[in-house]
Design a protein around this ligand. Structure first.
Ligand SMILES: C[S@@+](CC[C@H](N)C(=O)[O-])C[C@H]1O[C@@H](n2cnc3c(N)ncnc32)[C@H](O)[C@@H]1O
Length: 345
């Protein structure tokens, strides 16, 4: 048995307040069950030298691949092996392809916190049948309520293909302007196309499609990542994206505080359940078999059981293993956020 101490990013305490350590432990549990063959145990909160850590033991030493996986934990700052009371650093090499200002520059009301977005993407990926390929596969991710693109940028950061849908025209325009300026400023090779999307001679949305590569040679060789963003209604996503082509659907539903959920039938609502009921079959249709859908929402406006029943009704298997039941946390007085993950059989 080898002992380890994980130092949490200082910003996690600001984002999650007193829940930061507990959420890190839950995420670590999910990594452990999904891709580390359950070799970690005794996961707990420990204070070392007056500083809080998450400590755990591993069956044998963590190998290079284990460390490469754990490097992508959403709130990891540093990892140490504990040897005779001393901390020996473990090298962390994240998947990150680009500078992190891709994710940190955009600041706006309604932004899903970037650390939380990474947590949601990670635990959704780890529930998919392709979790073992975390470090190797170019996952295809869609955020069907993408706002100004936090999930899309995180997916690009990982080297994945990213697609998004949002009804809000201002959000679409803001992300489109940001990402194109950012790609130019960073001199990242890309090709962008933007324009209206028509059905039966009517404009039903607008779309931005970009192919890009972190390295010039990859771009020349056609080893590109795709970004595809649609300004339209999420319940119509199957009109624009081919069914069964996404590995992951990742969405942060409107919290019903400053922003509501919009459906054609009922307009704006506090609870996301009507939107979810209309969208879940579409989102399930976008997924390939073995793919996973992860949603975050405010439990003060919709109960977990109700949201889970909607995902199950769309033919998805809701994951209820212990790690996945321990992500509920307080964001502010009006928001008690939770995560629900389901897999397509
Ligand atoms: C919590 S926000 C997502 C924020 C996003 N993760 C970000 O960081 O920018 C939820 C989004 O759902 C969108 N939305 C609500 N109803 C929708 C619908 N029927 N179709 C598409 N988008 C919708 C809202 O416009 C809003 O941007």
């Amino acid at each position: 048995m080898t002992s380890y101490a994980l130092l949490i990013l200082p910003s996690a305490n600001r984002v999650y307040a007193e829940a930061a350590t507990a959420l890190s432990q839950s995420e670590l549990h999910v990594f452990n069950q999904s891709v580390l063959e359950g070799r970690l145990s005794e996961v707990s909160a420990t204070v070392i030298g007056g500083v809080p850590y998450v400590t755990f033991t591993a069956d044998g030493e963590l190998g290079t691949r284990d460390a490469a996986l754990l490097a992508n934990l959403s709130s990891i700052y540093a990892l140490f092996q504990i040897e005779g009371g001393l901390l020996r650093p473990v090298g962390l090499h994240r998947l990150d392809r680009f500078d992190d200002d891709l994710i940190t520059i955009p600041k706006y009301q309604g932004k899903t916190n970037e650390q939380f977005t990474k947590l949601l993407l990670n635990v959704t990926l780890l529930a998919s049948a392709f979790a073992g390929d975390f470090l190797d596969r170019k996952f295809a991710v869609i955020d069907p309520l993408c706002g100004r693109g936090t999930t899309l940028s995180q997916a690009l950061m990982y080297g994945f293909d990213a697609a998004g849908v949002d009804l809000d025209q201002k959000d679409f325009e803001a992300y489109s302007a940001f990402i194109q300026t950012w790609l130019k400023r960073k001199r990242i090779k890309h090709h962008a196309e933007q324009g209206p999307v028509r059905r039966d001679r009517q404009v039903v949305g607008r779309r931005l499609q970009i192919s890009l590569a972190a390295a010039k040679d990859d771009y020349k060789a056609g080893l590109t990542q795709r970004l595809d963003v649609l300004n339209g209604d999420t319940t119509r996503a199957l009109e624009f994206f081919r069914p069964g082509t996404f590995d992951l659907v990742v969405a942060d539903a409107p919290y019903g505080v400053q922003h509501g959920s919009r459906t054609a039938a009922k307009g704006l609502a506090r609870s996301p359940l009507d939107l979810l009921a209309g969208a879940a079959p579409v989102w399930a249709g976008l997924l390939r078999s073995g793919g996973a859908c992860g949603i975050a929402w405010n439990t003060l406006v919709a109960r977990r059981e109700a949201a889970a029943a909607i995902l199950a009704g769309a033919g998805l298997d809701v994951i209820d293993s212990p790690g996945y039941l321990a992500f509920r946390h307080r964001v502010d007085q009006a928001i008690l956020r939770d995560i629900l993950v389901a897999r397509k059989p």
